[in-house]
Ligand binder design. Structure first.
Ligand SMILES: [Zn+2]
Length: 195
């Protein structure tokens, strides 16, 4: 979708346009891969996140967690750990700002964190437990964050409203759920071909 600022936009529409452009320019709207729509409201995006643990858990029923596509960085189990850790880090950022800390937060290296945490060796049920806890805590932090204006400043993404944070977080989770789904689909196809 082509997005450009036009005359007659309300302040809220302008804000929505600005906060979504980073994800849209990178992934398209809807996302070319997972289909996520960047036009989701804050409430509907939060609802989508609430369903992530059950959706991911259902996808992984019967999986070992070690299934992996050559084109992807991590196994399906490692993606579960990444989704949870990423949410925990954003929860911490929101909590800090809501408690009066300066809005500028630090970036983190997700690949370095994956190596340090040794994602590939975390048992799948343990990773799913962490994900469930992370989503609950993230939802509580979002509910208690200021919905007006900038909530934090990211060194790479700039000023972010709560809606921008929520959309980015939900997209990350759903995009990786899609990675998990396509990995498992290929694994099932390979098993069927060998049978
Ligand atoms: Zn996506």
């Amino acid at each position: 979708m082509s997005v450009s600022p036009g005359n007659g936009r309300t302040q809220q529409q302008w804000q929505n346009w600005r906060v979504s452009t980073s994800g849209i320019s990178t992934y398209g709207d809807p996302c070319r891969e997972c289909g996520f729509s960047w036009g989701a409201s804050l409430d509907s995006a939060v609802a989508l996140m609430s369903a992530v643990p059950s959706r991911v858990g259902a996808l992984l029923a019967g999986a070992t967690g070690r299934e992996r596509l050559p084109v992807l960085e991590w196994s399906v189990g490692a993606y579960v750990s990444h989704i949870g850790d990423n949410l925990t880090i954003w929860t911490e950022r929101l909590r800090g700002v809501a408690s009066g800390a300066p809005p500028l937060v630090g970036a983190y290296d997700e690949s370095a964190l994956a190596r340090a945490r040794n994602y590939e060796e975390i048992a799948l049920p343990a990773a799913l437990w962490s994900l469930g806890r992370a989503v609950v805590e993230w939802g509580e932090a979002v509910a208690q964050s200021d919905q007006s204006g900038t909530v934090l400043i990211h060194p790479e993404r700039g000023k972010l409203t709560l809606r921008a944070v929520v959309l980015a977080n939900v997209h990350d989770a759903l995009h990786h759920a899609w990675d998990i789904e396509r990995t498992l689909r290929c694994s099932a196809t390979e098993r069927a071909a060998r049978a």
